[in-house]
Design a protein around this ligand. Structure first.
Ligand code: CU
Length: 418
């Protein structure tokens, strides 16, 4: 397989990181530091829990996210890609350099600081309800493997219809958060649906390095409806964030090499930050004392990819898939034999005559879909798993001996339980 890995020396068309920092990022960071005095900020090491008790009134949901770098683990079955994978700088059993968000809500500040270098992919799901205010304090903990990179970060709520520039997280027009500082974003969601969030600072790089997450906005009427419509009622919901990794780009970032992201060529395709078969492994949890993510036994390489994509339901239950794509490619997913009813598209409710019923859905980069299906009845013959997978056979790597073509791709399954 031919791959191009540009050192950047012959790509004057592309604004390099350093040029960006000189011409844009430096000025932006200065604005951010100045603007931070107006907004809610605190120096690291200040007392209190995250978020630091900014407001005390009803209908305000307060969350805290930190941003840092770290290491993730791709499937053990993946073939070597010399020299990019596995990355020799990675601490075992991890193998791939990432940037990412962490949920640090409720943690003491020194504990938050101890999570520097422990990013996760994909980012924690943010849940909100129409009528609430959502305050999200973002703390930039810096990058431990690349202390030379003084990148700021932002939180951009993708698809949010009531955005104002101040809280929109686009650094060219607004605040970004420098290393060692906090900034609190305030949102007032008015429209139910499945949204996304991502960092918008050098966003091609930061997004593909792992700074992507899903936002659920629930209707005020009923938290078990996807939209303000009883036809969108569900029993079980599953977020599925689609992304891809060009592993050479991740290696380049870890090894202080420049990537030309215009030669982006993914090697693995992820659901919730994991490639098949890791998509099926159980979710990890956060230890609220140490602040650390704790993997399930036997899945230590998934410590920083805590979200499963395995769907579990009993026969007849209504399952809502909230699918978002923050990769750079369009993807087609299929669930053969299951009627997927589209009830929302890009966080917009679909009227009954706009809905489609198919076992296949197409989702472009930056788009989201809400689909509901009814789980089949449990079968005593033991055939109770139904795959949900990317239909493009080139978007898998396969394993070493060719016995499992699906390894490294976007594939999960529904398991119907008795
Ligand atoms: Cu960022």
């Amino acid at each position: 397989m031919s791959r191009e890995h540009d050192t950047g020396a012959d790509t004057p068309r592309v604004l390099s990181r350093r040029n960006f920092l000189i011409f844009g990022g430096g000025a932006i960071a200065a604005v951010a530091a100045g603007g931070g005095a107006m907004a809610a900020t605190a120096a690291p090491g200040a007392r209190g829990k995250m978020p630091p008790g900014l407001v005390d009134r009803p209908n305000v949901r307060q969350l805290a996210l930190s941003v840092t770098d770290g290491w993730a683990g791709m499937p053990r079955e993946l073939p070597v890609i010399d020299p990019y994978f596995p990355d020799t700088l990675a601490p075992a059993p991890l193998d791939t350099y990432i940037f990412g968000f962490r949920d640090v809500t409720g943690l003491d500040r020194p504990i938050v600081q101890s999570q520097a270098g422990k990013a996760q992919i994909s980012a924690p799901v943010i849940e909100a309800t129409v009528g609430e205010e959502v305050w999200i304090t973002l703390s930039n903990l810096g990058l431990l493997t690349r202390p030379d990179l003084v990148d700021s970060h932002t939180l951009h709520w993708h698809g949010f219809r009531n955005a104002i520039p101040y809280y929109d997280g686009v650094p060219e027009t607004s605040i970004s958060v420098p290393i060692g500082r906090d900034f609190t974003y305030v949102f007032r969601p008015e429209d139910a649906g499945t949204y996304m969030y991502h960092c918008h600072f050098e966003d091609v790089e930061h997004v593909t390095m792992g700074m992507t997450g899903i936002v659920f906005v629930r209707p005020a009427a009923n938290s078990a409806w996807a939209y303000d419509d009883p036809d969108t009622e569900f029993d079980v919901e599953m977020p599925i964030m689609l992304t891809e990794f060009d592993l050479a780009g991740h290696w380049n970032d870890a090894h202080i090499q420049t990537s030309d992201w215009t030669s982006y060529k993914p090697d693995v395709w992820l659901m919730n930050g994991r490639a098949y078969p890791d998509t099926l492994a159980p979710s990890g949890v956060r230890d609220d004392i140490t602040g650390d993510l704790v993997p399930q036994v036997g899945f230590e390489h998934l410590q920083y990819q805590p979200q499963t994509s395995k769907i579990r339901a009993t026969g007849g239950q209504r399952v809502l898939l909230r699918i978002a794509n923050l990769g750079f490619q369009e993807q087609t997913l299929a669930m053969p034999g299951i009627d997927l009813v589209s009830v929302g598209s890009d966080a917009r409710w679909l009227t009954p005559d706009q809905r489609t019923v198919s076992d296949t859905l197409v989702i472009g980069a930056g788009e989201s879909r809400d689909v509901i299906f009814v789980a089949p009845q449990w079968r005593p013959d033991g055939n109770n798993t139904y795959p949900l997978f990317n239909t493009d056979p080139t978007k898998y790597r396969g394993n070493l001996d060719g016995s499992d073509q699906w390894v490294g791709g976007q594939r999960t399954e529904l398991e119907v339980e008795a």
